[in-house]
Write a protein that binds this ligand. Sequence first.
Ligand code: ADP
Ligand code: ASP
Ligand code: MG
Length: 450
Amino acid sequence: MITMKFGGTSVGTPENIRQVCQLVKDEIPRRPVVIVSAHNSPKVRMTDTLIACAKAARDGKPDSSKVSEAQLWICRELGVDPDAAGVSRHLDRFDKLLHGIAMIGELTPRTMDVVMSFGERMSARVLNDVLTREFGVSSKYRSSITLGLRTDHHFGAARPDPLCFPAVAKQIADIGTPVLVTTGFIASTDDGQITTLGRGGSDYSATIFGAIVGAEEVQIWTDVSGVMTADPRIVPAAASIPELTFTEASELAWYGAKVLHPATMVPAIESGIPVRVKNTAHPKHPGTVIRENPEPNPDEGAVKSIALMRGVSLVTISTGRMFGTHGFMSKVFDVFNRHNVNIHMIATSEVTISCTTPHAENVEKAAEELKNFAQVTVERDLALISVVGERMKGTPGVAARVTRAMADSAVNIRMISQGASEINIALVVTDPAATAAVTALHGELFGKAG
Ligand code: ADP
Ligand code: ASP
Ligand code: MG
């Protein structure tokens, strides 16, 4: 078996949806579990639109027309009967939900997960309808909730509960059609509340389902030809990377390469399943294969790719009393932990600790609490750039080239760190300098500035 995940851009237009159906049909012999995201194209940005409607409803303006118009347009163009495919029922429920939100005037993370779940639940139904009706494929649709995919109660960033996996595997085996279509991004708690895995979470669903069914391969179909040497939207000259190790891909995902949700690699590594990232618009392009031990490629340099994460804050904690005191670090990290603050990079000196984290309300709250025993500053609007490659260990001079490229392009480095594993050199710059910094680094490390 394989899992095939189609991102929002791959199911964003009627033409793309037909293309996806053909790709699925071609893989029937490998019994694909097809994982679908909500529609995402300039015309239909479904998840964003659902969120915007929910916020407007909270502010007293419940109006589901943008969602229904977009979804019904897709149905019409594809000849999908919205009643028969179960789309109308979802649109009605969404409209009622908006009125409920408007009445209460409150939008909790739990309700927001229900709101966002409609995107995947409708697009997967549409895809399954076209697949069976127009392409004659023997396929069934079951949402990931119906299949029994369970998570914790961390609404907006839920994590799967592996205890449910055997039962989900059995459900899938019992369905019996060569193709199963299901929803990415969403799941539910054991008491039946809908959860989501975090924005972009369908990639994670792909590897979770891959681990559940013991897939021989997880395919992630997107709008670029694999994982590239940098985000091609920032560096147009970025090239696709034929092979990555699990560790390199994890590092890139965790440090902001949007092509993979940060947690995507975890189930793949645990189960040893290779992940292939491919372009729906150019299916013949080999894309990128991610596996444990790729063939060494002598033509490749030590650096594989550059990731960029925007919206980063730098928290600096200083105290004259840190030196020689036991337990200071654990006190600091206990505060971060309780506020769910994710630390990406850390540097320490005798009297200060500096940490980077994606900026959010919880960072400010943690900082307030840290002020009880230290001086704390929070600097916002920064970007974290990561230069990633396993072969950097044992290759001297990469850090020097990185700093030289920054100096030559007059970018001030706020903080720099190379972890002990030497797989990642991370630097913090101001957000306005981020694009120039990534472009200069790409020029230095890959010979193409874009
Ligand atoms: P999907 O809808 O398929 O999930 P996403 O928009 O979530 O697509 O992810 C694909 C996008 O990720 C690309 O269009 C690209 O702009 C961005 N991206 C960021 N870093 C990289 C990278 N290193 N390689 C490829 N794409 C990247
Ligand atoms: N539709 C969800 C999002 O936009 C999940 C995904 O696309 O992977 O974040
Ligand atoms: Mg994505």
